[in-house]
Design a protein around this ligand. Structure first.
Ligand code: FE2
Ligand code: FE2
Length: 264
C-alpha cells in the first residue's frame, strides 16, 4: 500500500488558498489520482521526481487539474493499429495501468464473477481522457460494449467510495480522514448518486468495485493484461472495425484516447 504523506500531497495541490478553494469532492478525487500517478511512476515510491509527473503538481498551472493523463503528459505515443482492440488500448495508451490491473487481479484471485473482474479492469481507464466525475465519463466510454451492470457499477463506484457499508466489510478509507480531516462531506451530486445506488438492485455491482479498489495500490505487485485477455474476449463486445471506427455513441471518446494530439 502506498503511503500518503499529507504535507507532500497537499503541497502537490498548490497554495493553501488553492487547496481551500477546492471542494471536498475535488480534493478526494485528487487523492485517488495522486495515488494512481505515484503507482504508475517508474521513479520509485519515494523518488524526488514523482511530483514532476503529476499534472496537478504543475506550479504554473498550465494544465488544469482534471486534464486526462494522456493530455497532460506530452509523451511520444506509439501509433495504434488500424483496427484497435481493447487490449491494444491497454498496451499502447493505458500502460502501465497498474491500479486497474491490480483491482482486476484481486477480483480474479478472490473468485468474483467475470463481469466484476471486467468492471475492475475498466473502472478508472477514463482517467486517461478526463478526471472530474470519472465514474460517469467512464461508464459512457464503455456502455456500448459491456453488460449494462458493468457500466452501471463503474458509474456509481465514484460515489460509493465515500460511504461505508459494514455489512460487506467496506470501511471509509482511513487515508481520506488523514488527508482531509474528519469533516469531509461529499458534494450533493455524489450524495444523490450514493442514495440512488444504495436503493438499486444492482448496488453490489458498484460496491464490489470499491472493495477491490481499496486494495489496489500496491507498487510491488506484478501485473499484466495477459490474465484478462480471455475474460475481455468473452465479455467485451469488440467491434470488428476497431474501437473508434464503429460509430457507437462513445466512438469519439476512443478516438480521442487514440489520438490525443489531434488539433480539432
Ligand atoms: Fe475510481
Ligand atoms: Fe480506482
Amino acid at each position: 500500500m502506498i503511503k500518503v504523506d499529507r504535507r507532500a500531497f497537499l503541497g502537490s495541490l498548490g497554495t493553501a488558498a488553492a487547496v481551500g478553494a477546492m471542494s471536498h469532492e475535488a480534493r478526494a478525487e485528487a487523492v485517488e489520482h495522486y495515488m494512481i500517478e505515484r503507482l504508475n511512476s517508474d521513479k520509485g515510491a519515494d523518488g524526488d521526481k514523482i511530483a514532476d509527473q503529476l499534472d496537478f503538481y504543475d506550479p504554473e498551472r498550465t494544465v488544469p487539474r482534471g486534464t486526462g493523463r494522456l493530455f497532460a503528459e506530452n509523451k511520444n505515443l506509439k501509433p495504434m493499429p488500424a483496427k484497435p482492440t481493447l487490449v491494444d488500448f491497454y498496451e499502447l495508451r493505458f500502460a502501465p495501468a497498474r491500479h486497474v490491473l491490480q483491482s482486476a487481479k484481486r477480483a480474479l484471485t478472490t473468485g468474483q464473477p467475470e463481469r466484476t473482474v471486467l468492471a475492475c479492469l475498466m473502472h478508472d481507464i477514463v482517467l486517461n481522457l478526463v478526471k472530474p466525475d470519472h465514474g460517469w465519463w467512464g461508464a459512457q466510454l464503455i456502455e456500448p460494449y459491456v453488460d449494462e451492470r458493468v457500466s452501471w457499477g463503474i458509474r456509481y463506484h465514484q460515489a460509493l467510495r465515500f460511504f461505508p457499508d459494514s455489512e460487506v466489510g467496506y470501511e471509509y478509507p482511513d487515508f481520506y480522514n488523514r488527508i482531509f480531516g474528519e469533516d469531509y462531506e461529499p458534494d450533493p451530486h455524489i450524495q444523490r448518486a450514493y442514495k440512488q445506488a444504495r436503493d438499486h438492485k444492482w448496488y453490489m455491482e458498484a460496491r464490489l468495485i470499491t472493495m477491490n479498489d481499496e486494495y489496489a495500490f500496491d507498487r510491488e505487485a506484478k501485473v499484466s493484461i495477459d490474465p484478462f485477455v480471455d475474460i475481455v474476449g468473452r465479455n467485451f463486445k469488440q467491434p470488428k472495425e476497431g474501437l473508434g471506427n464503429d460509430d457507437s455513441p462513445s466512438s469519439h471518446m476512443w478516438r480521442a484516447i487514440a489520438n490525443p494530439n489531434r488539433p480539432l
